[in-house]
Design a protein around this ligand. Sequence first.
Ligand code: ZN
Length: 348
Amino acid sequence: MNTLLPTTVVGSLPKPSWLAQPETLWSPWKLEGDALAEGKHDALRIAIHEQSLRGIDIVSDGEQTRQHFVTTFIENLSGVDFEQRKTVRIRDRYDASVPTVVGPVRRERPVFVEDAKFLRATTDRPIKWTLPGPMTMVDTLYDDHYKSREKLAWEFATILNQEAKELEAAGVDIIQFDEPAFNVFLDEVKDWGVAALERAAEGLRAETAVHICYGYGIKANTDWKATLGSQWRQYEESFPLLQSSSIDIISLECQNSHVPMDLIELLRGKKVMLGAIDVASETIETPEDVANTLRKALQFVDADKLIPSSNCGMAPFPRDVALAKLSALSAGTNIVREELARSAPKAS
Ligand code: ZN
């Protein structure tokens, strides 16, 4: 990847309304059987086309083939009973009815590998694929078998590693693990969270990323953010551990957030996927808004290590809003690229 400041999206993009109910998480599919399979592929083609058209350099599937970033993966594992549901507090923030771990967890089949092959065959650009992180998976279930968050996370890490290796073989360039739980369970991050993440990424030749955020722009998350005070310093705990970890890229939320920009310095040496698009507001950033955020970040990250992105997934947005934000991300990044080119020493 030779482009300076390659742009990307963190994860989800809105699905077409003929495929799933818009602006809804866990939205039910509107199609069934073969029509659903065909519909998912068509949605994937559109997601790739829109990203390419709008200047996104590292293309993702926009999570068009999955209902939810964690649940869809877990549905393909044995040992989890989706009929036995318990209400638990997710991310220490909101109650949700979740499936129960009833026995040893195992990956029964590849989960996203066929979809990743389809993505690979549909674009020449570098591609990124997202998987849930071990801690976030643990935090989305009721465990009636291992009765230890750490043990269950370790099992999930082994399973994720199997899937990640097959995604890599399918031609995925960057494998990203989503760990929003890393901003909540700070002690567990230290005790076993980063170790489990490294286990999930073990032995991969593809670049690896971890995405840590303050969540989708849904009410439970925005209410939580309101309680975090004027400075959000959660990253201060995880960044030093990640800086010395085997993970290549750290993805963080930045646009309109209360994260002090200088915390990025804690990651010096790593690639930083920087959220320059807010996912909690439907207001479209201007290119200058994006450029400003990137300029500030460049005080703490080298230009050859900065990857402009969105703060988080954009599934809950109206489609036109999400797409306009992709264009703003590219346009703002182009402004900064030109500035960097002008200030670079000229070869004689
Ligand atoms: Zn996120």
